[in-house]
Design a protein around this ligand. Structure first.
Ligand code: NAD
Length: 421
């Protein structure tokens, strides 16, 4: 059995499967598809040559693209550049994308990709070369109706533009629908880059209301000031929260009176770190453990573990990042009364906005910003209400409730289509 042969082995894969099995037991999942859904339908591992600007030697770089379920439409998921990327992690993330798309009712299966490289020291030219060659390697399995990449950790709008250009040159015509999260000038949606962070705060606020709390005047802490973290911080700030601490890979800052987020946006433009922002002080302790009402991890996975979970003081955790909380930590937090808005719901605004962008590209529509936000918030809040109702009926936490919704929908699609041949 492939799972036992460790082909997809990684801590994240183990966690995702353990979570899945718990829910499969709970909903008596049909045994005929139970094993099937643990494994991706397609996994592509590529290696390619890469030359840095200042050296003559050529490195060999490893990249991946994993497609989990192909039964519900094209597959969809981000591409990350990180030294830790491996097949197991990408597979785990592709599986989570299947549940996530199903939770918000999108016509996609899950996918994920990545290149095992540290994007931080790369020059623009180097990043462009890595992206174009990686894209060329993926061409047999991606396509507007096959598999549509998007940004993730270490990749951005510009990366998507290079993917779109490489693919378009290959097929011979401009193909905006091959990626989402690209710049508006080539068919990107004006709201895509803000949607994950803003969507996360929208469901966080709805969840807080359910337990009699409000975001206004709440103390909010955000880990990571990238694509997700910065717009989550901005949405919280706009709704009257005090965003007291934020960080990035280079350091953390704090201001108990609340950081001026629009000013921090200006300060961090051109990829400058939050470090040294004049409107706050340097924070030396762990940002996750400081006293606050709402904590938004929006950087990397696996940051809340059994070692630090009991030190977390926030009462609401909005998971902007994918898999920021390990299963053991999740249990500790729940025992301590923390309300967790799970990643597969909290950050589903990204894929929802990507879906709008893809529909606009394939249908040649042009929706205005206000229309896009209205649609985004509608999808997110509808999913939240459904998941809240499941959690009440099943007397379970929101993560389990979200997984019940997602897994049931994927399972129904697979069972309805039947077997081939
Ligand atoms: P990004 O690369 O734009 O930003 C990541 C941020 O985290 C940067 O500020 C970086 O400096 C910081 N960071 C990295 N390592 C850190 C560490 N150890 N401690 C503190 N900060 C650290 O990435 P992103 O697109 O914002 O993605 C963040 C997370 O959200 C990832 O887990 C990603 O999978 C998830 N996510 C992103 C989207 C999206 O639309 N971009 C959608 C869904 C989920």
């Amino acid at each position: 059995m492939i799972v036992e042969n460790n082909l997809f082995d990684s801590q994240m894969y183990k966690e995702v499967i353990k979570q899945y099995e718990g829910v499969a037991d709970l909903i008596n999942l049909d045994p005929n598809i139970r094993e099937r859904l643990k494994l991706p339908q397609r996994s592509l591992v590529v290696t390619f040559p890469f030359r840095r600007d200042e050296y003559d030697e050529v490195e060999t770089v490893v990249g991946y693209r994993v497609q989990h379920v192909l039964s519900m439409g094209p597959t969809k998921g981000g591409i990350r550049y990180s030294p830790d990327v491996n097949l197991g992690e990408v597979t785990a993330l592709a599986i989570l994308m299947s549940w996530k798309s199903a939770i918000v009712g999108l016509p996609y299966g899950g996918a994920k990709g990545g290149v095992a490289i540290d994007p931080n020291p790369l020059t623009r030219a180097e990043k462009q070369r890595v992206t174009r060659r990686y894209t060329a390697e993926l061409i047999p399995i991606i396509g507007v109706n096959k598999d549509i990449p998007a940004p993730d950790l270490g990749t951005d709008e510009q990366t998507m533009a290079w993917i779109m250009d490489t693919y378009s040159n290959f097929v011979g015509y401009a193909t905006p629908g091959i990626v989402t999260g690209k710049p508006a000038s080539i068919g990107g949606s004006v709201t895509r880059k803000e949607s994950t962070g803003r969507g996360a705060v929208a469901v966080g606020v709805a969840a807080m209301e359910k337990i009699g709390k409000t975001i206004k005047n709440s103390k909010v802490v955000v880990q990571g000031f990238g694509n997700v973290g910065r717009y989550a911080a901005m949405a919280a700030y706009e709704q009257g929260a005090k965003v007291i601490a934020v960080n990035d890979v280079d350091g953390s800052i704090i201001n108990e009176k609340g950081i001026n987020i629009p000013e921090l946006f200006k300060y961090t433009s051109n990829n400058v770190s939050v470090n040294g922002f004049p409107g706050a002080e340097k924070l030396n302790e762990s940002i996750l453990e400081i006293d606050c009402d709402v904590l938004i991890p929006a950087a990397v996975g696996g940051v809340i573990t059994s070692s630090n979970a009991s030190k977390i003081k926030a009462k609401v955790l909005i998971e902007g990042a994918n898999s920021p909380t390990t299963l053991n930590a999740d249990k500790i937090l729940r025992e301590n009364g923390v309300l967790i808005i799970p990643d597969i719901l909290a950050n589903a605004g990204g894929i929802t906005a990507s879906y709008f962008e893809w529909v606009q590209n394939t249908q040649n529509y042009l929706w205005k910003e206000a229309e896009l936000y209205e649609k985004l918030i509608d999808v997110m809040l509808t999913a939240f209400e459904e998941i809240w109702t499941i959690s009440e009926k099943q007397n379970c936490d929101l993560r389990t409730a979200a997984l019940i919704k997602g897994i049931k929908r994927v399972a129904a699609a697979k069972l309805t289509r039947g077997l081939f041949p």
